[in-house]
Design a protein around this ligand. Structure first.
Ligand code: AMP
Length: 213
């Protein structure tokens, strides 16, 4: 099953992708996670990308497309994958489509998590991530048992640099300008399933799983 999850920052793409990974045994591929790792390792890609990430802008299409097609060529992707955060522009979507076509393949489904903007700012500002296992928390909606510590692996929780102040606003503007056109792109191809992402993660998960059977 080759899936894409699209939606605004804070819609819960990563959370739902992890649920799908657990249920269907296909890997979650988060371009944001790959870019953050590259930035912290100071690779050439990471250094180039950081400037864009920290401004709430998108990393150029050629860089992200190369990064994703390389990742999708790995052995663990042969049975499928969940792309979380890619594509984010129509040129990326076209690039992915062409690359898949070259392999005689195509996407099976695109899930669009729809969440209104008012809810997103609150979600992003309260989001915390575990440094060890990547589990996501929210200070108000889904706090860890012990403040600042992951329930699962006991490592420290951190706040993403781009989940602060005006970078949040910039990311939402970038989403509206560059990613929203993908909704039409995939709807026209008959691939889009819209999910109401406003509810708590567990309820959204039920809708997501229902749409995948
Ligand atoms: P995310 O973790 O998905 O919210 O991504 C964090 C940041 O990484 C985004 O705000 C972008 O700067 C960058 N990024 C992630 N995925 C992409 C993509 N597909 N195209 C361009 N930039 C991306």
């Amino acid at each position: 099953m080759r899936l894409v999850i699209i939606g605004p920052p804070g819609a819960g793409k990563g959370t739902q992708a992890k649920f799908i990974q657990g249920q269907f045994g296909i890997p979650q591929i988060s371009t944001g996670d790959i870019l953050r790792k590259a930035a912290s390792d100071h690779t050439v890609l990471g250094d180039k990308a950081s400037v864009f990430v920290q401004a709430g802008k998108l990393v150029p299409d050629d860089l992200t497309l190369d990064m994703v097609t390389e990742r999708l060529s790995a052995d663990d992707c042969t049975k499928g994958y969940i792309l979380d955060g890619f594509p984010r522009t129509v040129p990326q979507a076209k690039g992915l489509e062409t690359w898949l076509k070259g392999l005689g393949s195509q996407l099976d489904r695109v899930l669009y998590l729809n969440v209104p903007e008012e809810a997103l700012i609150q979600r992003l500002a309260g989001r915390r991530t575990c440094r060890g296992c990547g589990t996501l928390y929210h200070l108000v909606f889904d706090p860890p048992r012990q403040p600042g510590i992951c329930d699962d692996c006991r490592r420290e929780l951190y706040q993403r640099e781009d989940d602060r102040g005006n970078i949040i606003t910039a990311r939402l503007e970038t989403y509206k300008a560059q990613t929203v056109p993908l909704i039409k792109f995939y709807r026209e191809r008959g691939l889009l399933t819209e999910i109401d992402g406003v509810e708590r993660a567990g309820k959204v998960k039920d809708q997501v799983f229902e749409s995948l059977v």
